[in-house]
Design a protein around this ligand. Structure first.
Ligand SMILES: *Cc1c(COP(=O)(O)O)cnc(C)c1O
Length: 419
């Protein structure tokens, strides 16, 4: 193996076009081809802005799928990272560390839950919630052994493990990866009748996104979550909200479920829980639910590590102290209004939906896919990613300002009118 010297990188840029192209070639040659990214190679970020290797500046309207709600390289998080990394990074849970306890207390007080279980990736937290729900079904609800069922929704996204893709309705997530994990049923998103019809005595839980993110920013009908919550309560079924993308201020509330004053039995967080510095996820619930775990029954080497916990504590403080949740509510509304104005003079837009700074612009079939719009926006200095072929998602970091949104609206308007 030979590392590339700076001179080599520089040389290659004269030989093979620019430095970005050279780095893209390296990825394509040596990296597994499991993504279809825009061809932009980023090397620096600050707040809502990112810079590519040629120095071109872009407004980030994806925020790493809402992982950098606090803005790129947030200085407070950077300081925490440096401080904590120079003290202690990992103990494993074989020993205790001085960050875990305070994290548990602070996140429980902020969200109103009794207990928390920290993990790393979002998918791991979803798996943890599923395990907790199944064990709760056997220990508390008295469902017969191995009969617990979990209801999920079509068009969901909860991660990429074998069990999680077992209940995906996206063919490309499943094809070639079977056999799948049993115990899941899937119903139409947004329909109370369908979800109620799928419930039975063995139903342990309903697992749901309050707004489907990867599914194309799909907002369920008003009152859906509220009704679902009361049916679950009535039938002694756990309501598990996957707020990995919608949570932590993205939609203008700390949790998206709060828009309907719904308190799910279990909440799953990830992504912005560490502001993009380090993977931290968590499952929040009552003692009745998370209390089902005894020593040795579940775990993770990195889960609850002091570096992650220190970052998560600060990431939560930033959201509250810098009023990022309020900013998302106010500027989300402003962004949406601006987009609606563009909609009136653009025949390619079918509808615009979302809450707070989680916005999806749905294009008509005549628009021939969202990808070409994302590529045109890239040229204008705005980075966003199509979701579900025909939806452009706008989800900038929550530190965005009105001036920056005005700048973006101007560019978006230009692209929507000229393409
Ligand atoms: C991103 C995401 C996940 C998976 O998180 P990873 O950290 O990628 O494993 C799960 N659920 C939702 C709603 C997400 O947006």
């Amino acid at each position: 193996m030979s590392a590339l010297s700076p001179a080599e990188v520089k040389n290659s840029s004269t030989n093979k076009g620019n430095k970005g192209d050279f780095l893209i070639d390296l990825e394509n040659q040596y990296g597994a081809n499991n993504y279809h990214p825009l061809n932009v190679v980023l090397e620096k970020g600050e707040g809502v802005w990112v810079y590519d290797v040629e120095g071109k500046k872009y407004l980030d309207c994806l925020s790493a799928y809402s992982a950098v709600n606090q803005g790129h390289c947030n200085p407070r998080l950077l300081q925490k990272l440096v401080d904590q990394a120079s003290k202690l990074t990992l103990t494993s849970r074989a020993f205790r560390n001085d960050q875990l306890g305070p994290f548990c207390k602070e996140i429980c007080e902020l969200t109103g839950y009794e207990m928390v279980l920290p993990m790393n990736s979002g998918a791991e937290a979803v798996e943890t919630a599923i395990k907790a729900a199944r064990k709760w079904a056997y220990n508390v609800k008295n469902v017969p052994d191995n009969k617990a069922e979990i209801i999920t929704c079509h068009n969901n996204f909860h991660g990429r493990t074998i069990s999680i893709i077992s209940f995906s309705s996206e063919p490309s997530y499943q094809k070639g990866f079977g056999p799948f994990t049993p115990g899941f049923t899937s119903v139409e998103y947004g329909s109370i009748e369908k979800i109620e019809a799928a419930m039975n005595d063995n139903t342990a839980a309903v697992l749901i996104e309050p707004i489907q993110g990867e599914g194309g920013v799909v907002v369920p009908p008003e009152g859906y979550l509220k009704k679902l919550s009361s049916i679950c309560q009535e039938k002694n079924i756990l309501l598990i909200a996957d707020e990995i993308q919608t949570g932590l201020g993205r939609t203008g509330k700390l949790l998206a479920c709060q828009h309907e004053e719904v308190t799910p039995d279990v909440v799953i967080l990830g992504k912005a829980l560490s502001g993009g510095f380090y993977p931290v996820s968590a499952v929040l619930a009552s003692k009745e639910v998370l209390g089902v775990f005894s020593p040795g029954e579940h775990g993770s080497t990195f889960g609850g590590n002091p570096l992650g916990m220190s970052l998560a504590r600060e990431a939560l403080k930033i959201l509250v102290e810098e009023k990022l949740i309020e900013n998302a509510a106010e500027l989300g509304e402003y962004f949406l209004e601006g987009l609606r104005k563009i909609e009136t003079s653009c025949s390619y837009i079918e509808c615009i939906r979302g809450k707070g700074l989680m916005i999806g612009v749905v294009l008509t079939p005549e628009a021939k896919g969202a990808r070409r719009f994302c590529e045109a926006l890239q040229k204008e200095g705005i980075l966003c990613k199509e979701t579900h072929e025909n939806v452009i998602r706008f989800a900038p970091p929550l530190v965005i300002t009105k001036t920056e949104i005005d700048w973006a609206l101007d560019k978006i308007s230009q692209v929507m009118k000229t393409l």
